[in-house]
Design a binder for this molecule. Structure first.
Ligand SMILES: [Zn+2]
Length: 474
């Protein structure tokens, strides 16, 4: 990589010098990419044979007057006349036509060949203005080639080097991670970078009566990497490449609800507890499915260590999963929830809040305070903030006399740090003489409560039939 880096500017510079300051036709073609890369990948000549798109008319073949330019204006004129070699490099920044019909800045994250022709490519892009869940594959026609940023070439080099290092480092991190059971900030940010560069492989799934657009990458086994859509059995969560396979599976699959104990029933809603150790395949399938909708979560192959709480809407056909959360059987950090997800067709119905409330009901039964594992997704954090606000302010509103942070925490099973951060964000707490003092003006409480919205579905603790997890035979 280092040697290419050195050659690149020299190559471009020589190209200019040899024509004595006169811009010849071949110069726009001889972009840094071409000068630099003839040896880069001997097996892939697509760059050399590939199509070129010239985005502006070539400069005059000869000029009566020698062109005298400063370095800057020379660069500028080169950029203007620059032709864009295809396929585009990963790392290129340009504009792309989105579903609103407008052009938005994107970065090319990945590219892939299309079967339609040797030079036909599709590009996976990230819209810099949008959340990563809107990353998508686009066709060349959607991309505005005139808008390619001039310094993209260098970024490609950086990117290439950076990525290699990251993969290597990531492996190292995973090893350390496994040994030490924790990660430091650098590891977390590297992993984030790695995740950021990942391409959403599966763009749609079929689950029960829904076809759902996915949001994020999920590490399905390699044999599924060529699939655009996967078909899930909504009960055992097996996934298949083709609809006919699913139909055949559904005739044989005798599961009508998650493979665990029903621990809660309220009308047509049921909650099931599934032990990842007893139902390994189910737990793994659930993780693959969930990662399609969760940005930052590391996928846990080690499902043995987790319990999964599956919320279902039940009817005469069976119990249909609407969402779930997972929980470590033993959490040293005091986490009472690892991953939480409401499937997109069931969002905005209060199920997320229900799941959060449920996780705290379990903590109350355990006689412990709990907190969700970090980082939380953007949607997850919003839900938690709303939940904490409602629960804490409801108590503050009804409570007569003083109440301490510790008491609030004991009553709700919400960890004291979360109590404090929530009250701080609402400006209901002050730090006086070495301790936190809650100062709740009733009108202010009322206003915050209104802003937080209602909790929707309430958990009826009397309907929870559950005993905390105990290792069997131990
Ligand atoms: Zn099944």
């Amino acid at each position: 990589m280092g040697s290419l880096e050195e050659n690149a500017p020299a190559g471009l510079g020589q190209g200019i010098e040899t024509v004595g300051g006169t811009l010849r036709e071949e110069i726009p073609v001889a972009t840094a990419e071409y000068v630099r890369n003839p040896m880069k990948d001997a097996t892939n000549n697509s760059k050399l044979n590939g199509r070129m798109v010239v985005t502006s008319s070539p400069p005059p073949t000869s000029s009566p007057v020698p062109i005298v330019q400063t370095e800057n204006s020379m660069e500028l004129s080169l950029k203007k006349r620059k032709s864009i070699p295809l396929p585009l490099e990963v790392g290129t920044r340009l504009l792309c036509k989105w579903r609103d019909g407008k052009l938005h800045p994107v970065k090319v994250i990945e590219r892939r060949k299309l079967p339609t022709g040797p030079d036909d490519y599709q590009y996976y892009v990230h819209y810099s203005e949008f959340n990563r869940r809107l990353d998508e594959w686009v066709k060349l026609e959607q991309l505005e080639l005139e808008s390619v940023e001039a310094d993209a070439d260098e970024k490609v080099e950086d990117k290439g080097g950076g990525l290699k290092m990251t993969r290597h480092q990531k492996r190292k991190i995973e090893e350390t991670h496994a040994e030490e059971g924790h990660e430091d900030f650098d590891a977390a940010s590297l992993r984030e970078h790695e995740e950021f560069t990942k391409v959403k492989n599966i763009s749609k799934i079929e689950l029960g009566k829904y076809e759902i657009d996915t949001w994020y990458f999920s590490p399905f086994p390699p044999e599924y990497s060529d699939c655009n859509k996967l078909f899930f059995c909504e009960f055992c969560l097996s996934f298949m490449k083709r609809k006919e396979q699913l139909a055949r599976h559904m005739r044989k699959c005798d599961l009508k609800y998650p493979p665990g104990d029903e621990i809660y029933r309220q009308g047509s809603l049921s909650m099931f507890e599934v032990d990842g150790k007893k139902n390994k395949i189910y737990g793994q399938n659930l993780c693959y499915l969930a990662k399609l909708f969760l940005d930052h979560k590391t996928l846990y192959y080690d499902v043995d260590l987790f319990l999964f709480y599956i919320l279902c809407e039940c009817d005469e056909r069976g119990c249909h999963m609407v969402g779930y959360f997972s929980k470590e059987k033993h959490s040293e950090e005091g986490y009472n929830l690892a991953c939480i997800l409401t499937l997109p067709p069931y969002q905005r119905k209060g199920y997320g809040k229900f799941l959060i409330a449920f996780s705290y009901e379990l903590s109350k039964k355990e006689g412990k305070v709990g907190t969700p594992e970090r980082p939380l997704s953007d949607l997850g954090l919003l839900s938690y903030r709303g939940y904490w606000t409602r629960v804490l302010l409801d108590i503050l509103k009804k409570h007569r006399g003083n109440v301490s942070i510790k008491e609030l925490s004991d009553m709700t099973a919400i960890k004291t740090e979360d109590v404090i951060s929530t009250l701080q964000s609402l400006e209901l707490i002050q730090y006086r003489k070495g301790q936190h003092v809650i100062c709740g003006d009733p009108k202010l409480l009322e206003r915050h409560l209104k802003a937080a919205g209602r909790g929707g579905l309430e958990v009826d603790a009397s309907k929870l039939i559950w005993t905390p997890y105990k290792e069997q035979g131990g």
